[in-house]
Write a protein that binds this ligand. Structure first.
Ligand code: ADP
Length: 169
């Protein structure tokens, strides 16, 4: 299982021991894949300085989409949402870092792309809520839950980026 509750740091234990390292689940939705935005979206998180720990192209079964979005089950757009998410391959990602959950949400921008700030992924690359190209977990708890849902044991990779001391002092 992914080491989701790791608080200490492998490379810089004296520096990051007191900071909570979080995990978030980021997913390029089928529209992002079809529009050729996979590289662009991965690049935003890479350039920010977060660590990629899981990555795969995946055709999502209906049951998994329903489980992932179960909190929205009662919404009128739920069937449409499940249709959308299962309409083509998605790119599943796990990203790790201090403050990564909230920061990734900021990089992604508001749910409605017309309200998302320029400079955010949705603000720059999308126009409709129903085609907003990317998902990001809304809490560290959901980050863990969603990584557990979308990735199997052994698909999460622990590693130390060589740039790490140049990202975190
Ligand atoms: P976010 O993805 O920004 O966390 P929500 O959790 O509220 O937003 O909704 C999950 C996803 O459901 C959205 O990203 C979007 O794809 C879809 N969605 C939300 N609201 C609507 C809506 N009113 N109409 C169509 N799709 C919606």
């Amino acid at each position: 299982a992914p080491k989701n509750s790791r608080k200490t740091h492998v490379f810089l234990p004296h520096l990051v021991a007191s900071l909570e390292v979080e995990q978030t689940y980021i997913m390029v939705k089928p529209d992002g894949v079809q529009r050729g935005l996979v590289g662009e979206i991965i690049s935003r998180f890479e350039k920010k300085g977060f660590k990629l720990t899981g990555l795969k192209l995946f055709r999502c079964p209906k049951e998994l989409a329903e489980e992932h979005y179960k909190e929205l089950q009662s919404k009128p757009f739920f069937p449409k949402l499940i249709n959308y998410i299962t309409s083509g391959p998605v790119v599943c990602m796990a990203w790790e870092g201090v403050g990564v959950v909230a920061s990734a949400r900021k990089l992604i921008g508001a749910t409605n792309p017309l309200q998302a700030e320029p400079g955010t992924i949705r603000g720059d690359l999308a126009v409709q809520t129903g085609r907003n190209v990317v998902h990001g977990s809304d809490s560290p708890e959901n980050g863990k839950r969603e990584i557990g849902l979308w990735f199997k044991e052994g698909e999460i990779c622990e590693w130390i980026p060589v740039q790490e001391p140049w990202v975190i002092e």
